[in-house]
Design a protein around this ligand. Structure first.
Ligand code: Q46
Ligand code: ZN
Ligand code: ZN
Length: 330
């Protein structure tokens, strides 16, 4: 197996491109895929300051490293979810990564700031953990990006993530979600711009990138992911990809090129139907948004279970929520 570029010994094969690469040229390939995603989808402008949501996993650390390497002013944001040892170890990985590279990292801990952790919130609200986690992360990411004055929020969603979500939304014809499944969501209604520069790289590729670059990422998966339907979708899609390399990338690229615009009005009609949260200004079907509702229920749940500690409300948190306009959950 020889490198497509230099004909030296290859370390990885990329079947969908019918190409093999040595370490040096694979790293270059990954960076080029990120640059192409940024330019094809007009994700970032030169000199943009970005906040990268980092979990300690391969994707978020890889995208942070690549953006810094490409010259963007990129700081990191870690949200402490309170998922036992998993959260402790993942924070260690993020801190080490940032310290070794002299990068700026902001840490926001849900227990310290809002008085709840994800396991407690899931139990109290009887939601699946990933649902409470998603509501929490979206809110904290948006808030930190806007209040930090960053031009946009970067997440480490890769090709496999995007295709699994797309597959799930198509299988259930969730048209309201299809309209907003773009690699760039523009700023508006109090939201920051959100971009996904890894959409042209698979998770196998981001893992290999980290190994080659010496990025010490958190290998263990979140223990609360068990039963997450997207894991099942990924298995099914991996089998299709194995039989026919390129299936996933074609499915996603075809959706963006030919289909997504058909659903955008569904996205807008949902947003315009929403009122505003009376506490934080986010769009909400009722008086308060899903996040404030979660804080109210889960924050008090934690203090009850721990013997009467005062719950931390959104308004009383160390960083007040100051979204100016309306916000859809996205
Ligand atoms: S961290 Fe949170 Fe994930 Fe864990 S609880 Fe689910 S959503 S699986 S990316
Ligand atoms: Zn080579
Ligand atoms: Zn709210």
């Amino acid at each position: 197996m020889k490198c497509r570029v230099c004909r030296g010994p290859a370390v990885i094969d990329i079947r969908r491109h019918n190409a093999n690469f040595c370490g040096e040229h694979f790293v270059r390939y990954c960076r080029q895929q990120v640059e192409r995603a940024i330019s094809d989808h007009k994700m970032l402008a030169e000199g943009d300051s970005v906040l990268v949501a980092v979990s300690g996993g391969k994707d978020s650390l890889a995208v942070w490293e690549i953006l810094v390497d490409l010259g963007y002013e990129a700081d990191g944001l870690y949200v402490g979810l309170g998922i036992g040892e998993y959260s402790d170890v993942s924070l260690d990985h993020v801190r080490r990564f940032a310290t070794e590279r002299s990068l700026t990292l902001t840490e926001i801990d849900l227990v310290e700031r809002y008085g709840y952790d994800i396991p407690t919130a899931a139990a109290k609200t009887r939601r699946v953990p990933c649902s409470t986690c998603g509501i929490s992360k979206r809110h904290v990411f948006d808030q930190a990006t806007v209040e930090g004055g960053y031009d946009c929020l970067v997440t480490g969603h890769n090709l496999d993530d995007e295709v699994a979500v797309l597959y799930g939304n198509v299988m259930r014809w969730q048209v309201e979600y299809l309209g907003r499944q773009r690699p760039v969501l523009p700023a508006g209604r109090g939201f920051p711009r959100k971009v996904k520069p890894l959409v042209k790289l698979s998770e196998r590729e981001t893992a290999a990138y980290c190994v080659l670059q010496g990025i010490d990422y958190m290998v263990e998966e979140c223990p609360m992911a068990a039963g997450n339907k997207h894991l099942g979708y990924k298995d099914a899609l991996n089998e299709l990809e194995r039989q026919s390399p390129g299936t996933k990338a074609n499915f996603y690229a075809g959706f963006l090129k030919q289909v997504v615009h058909l659903f955008e009005h569904d996205d807008e009609s949902i947003d315009s139907a929403l009122g505003h949260c009376s506490r934080c200004g986010a769009p909400a079907g009722g008086e308060i948004c899903a996040f404030c509702h979660l804080v109210e229920r889960a924050g008090s749940a934690r203090s009850e279970s721990e013997g009467g500690e005062q719950p931390v409300s959104v308004a009383a948190g160390p960083v007040p929520v100051t979204f100016s306009g309306t916000q859809a959950q996205r």
